[in-house]
Design a protein around this ligand. Structure first.
Ligand SMILES: [Zn+2]
Length: 452
């Protein structure tokens, strides 16, 4: 059973278009990711990444064009020979010369792409739509004749003329392309635009629909999700989202989004507990840190700090967690070494440390930790040693200082903060008493008031 049920008053209504429960991943760390500013993968690294992605369970692995360089061609052949479960694709321009090189590498499929926006038609390749259509059909028929899968994608789809797009997709669908691709090459699309375009395209072609979203405006995961809801079948990802500029839909972020949608599908299809390992491997290879706000593996993705959150989390994790960290082999961490801590978090820590204290004692040591956290930043070790020393002091005559090496100024500040905290507490209990009084019947209250 899912320990983190996701039912909400806004639960999506399943419609016949949606593929959120049967999507496939085209993992492009070794193609799009190679276009990341810091990426210089050698053969050994590429093989390591390909094996890890295959083990994770991605459906396809997309590789840099064998026409990019002699080394790219050799690496492509080497990865095809690994005998992975994932299908291997390579990504080439929509020309016969590129297609001829691609089919000789041993790949399972070829992804071809051509710019269809007016920008690209004018400033990049300078070809008109009739030329593009004829070139596409020739390439598709050639690749199919070799028994391989073929995808045709436009580039910069969201700034291409809709009539042009639909007419070319319809033409390639008729000659039996396996997938058409929608690519937000510049990252300009919004989720609603994605939904509209994919849904329209779904009505025009019968083949699969692959989608590719850049993250320039932070919409890459949302756009991928909306595309699936509108009937897209495949999503391009890369590990941590690395790619051209600030990259594309990240594999981990997509997993986070999709597990909330359909936990059974995601958990049975992908080895989620391998995610952190893969992200660390790629982060190391491209010399970056995994961002703090990364879904799932960001260092604080499952850290709860505020006292009120900690209390609820300790009672029932789904209060403030939509994803169960254990599904990804991660663990929850209740941050107790801060001024925002609460006594429930400290109580749980006291129990973890195997110490026995009454609730009143826990509340007292909590006040001390909060006061000390105002004096100087305290780490987990500090908080643990405060708890231990406090516990020791309860059972011994001479009192040890809770924080070692406190200066006179720090001691003074600590006493002041502790007084303030206890003051706040007294004020609160006074208010509670007043509130209680307010609950007594009017006649009695009036009398009390008269007396006082
Ligand atoms: Zn891209």
């Amino acid at each position: 059973m899912n320990p983190h049920p996701t039912q909400s008053p806004y639960a999506p209504i399943q419609d016949y278009l949606s593929n959120v429960s049967r999507f496939k991943i085209i993992e492009s760390t070794l193609r799009e990711g190679e276009q990341f500013a810091n990426a210089f993968f050698d053969t050994e690294t590429k093989i390591k990444i390909a094996r890890a992605l295959d083990d994770f369970g991605v459906d396809y692995i997309e590789l840099t064009s064998p026409c990019a360089s002699e080394q790219s061609r050799l690496d492509c052949e080497a990865i095809c020979k690994l005998g992975l479960k994932a299908k291997i694709l390579t990504h080439v321009r929509c020309t016969m010369s590129d297609a001829r090189v691609a089919v000789e590498t041993g790949v399972d499929g070829v992804d071809v792409v051509i710019g269809t926006s007016s920008y690209l038609r004018e400033h990049s390749h300078g070809k008109d739509m009739t030329y593009i259509k004829n070139a596409a059909i020739e390439v598709i028929e050639f690749v199919k004749s070799k028994g391989l899968e073929i995808r045709f994608s436009s580039e910069d789809s969201f700034r291409s003329d809709l009539v042009d797009l639909l007419s070319i997709y319809s033409a390639v669908d008729k000659v039996g392309v396996n997938r058409v691709g929608i690519a937000d090459t510049v990252g300009c699309a919004s989720p609603r635009q994605v939904y509209d375009l994919v849904r329209t395209l779904r009505g025009v072609v019968s083949c699969d629909i692959e989608t590719h979203f850049h993250d320039d405006t932070g919409c890459s995961i949302a756009n991928a999700f909306c595309a699936l809801e509108a009937g897209a079948t495949h999503v391009d990802t890369s590990v941590i989202g690395i790619g051209e500029r600030n990259g594309i839909t990240p594999l981990g972020g997509l997993m986070a989004r999709m597990i909330v949608q359909d936990r059974d599908y995601v958990i049975n299809k992908y080895k989620l507990h391998k995610l952190k390992e893969i992200e660390d491997m790629v982060a190391e290879a491209v010399e970056i840190n995994v961002p703090f706000n990364n879904p799932i593996t960001g260092f604080c993705a499952f850290t709860h700090k505020a006292g009120i959150h900690a209390k609820a989390i300790l009672n029932n994790p789904s209060t403030y967690e939509i994803i169960n960290p254990a599904d990804f082999g991660m663990s929850r961490y209740v941050h107790f070494a801060s001024r925002l801590t609460g006594w429930n978090a400290i109580k749980s820590r006291v129990e973890q440390l195997g110490l026995e204290m009454t609730d009143d004692q826990v509340k007292l040591v909590t006040a001390k930790i909060k006061a000390l956290a105002d004096v100087r930043p305290i780490a987990i070790d500090d908080a643990d040693s405060i708890i231990r020393t406090f516990h020791l002091n309860l059972h011994s005559k001479d009192e040890k200082p809770l924080l070692p090496n406190m200066t006179a100024a720090e001691k003074k500040l600590f006493e002041k903060k502790e007084r303030e905290l206890i003051g706040v507490k007294e004020k609160r209990s006074l208010e509670e008493a007043v509130d209680k009084e307010a609950e007594v019947p009017i006649s009695k209250k009036t009398r009390t008031e008269t007396v006082s």
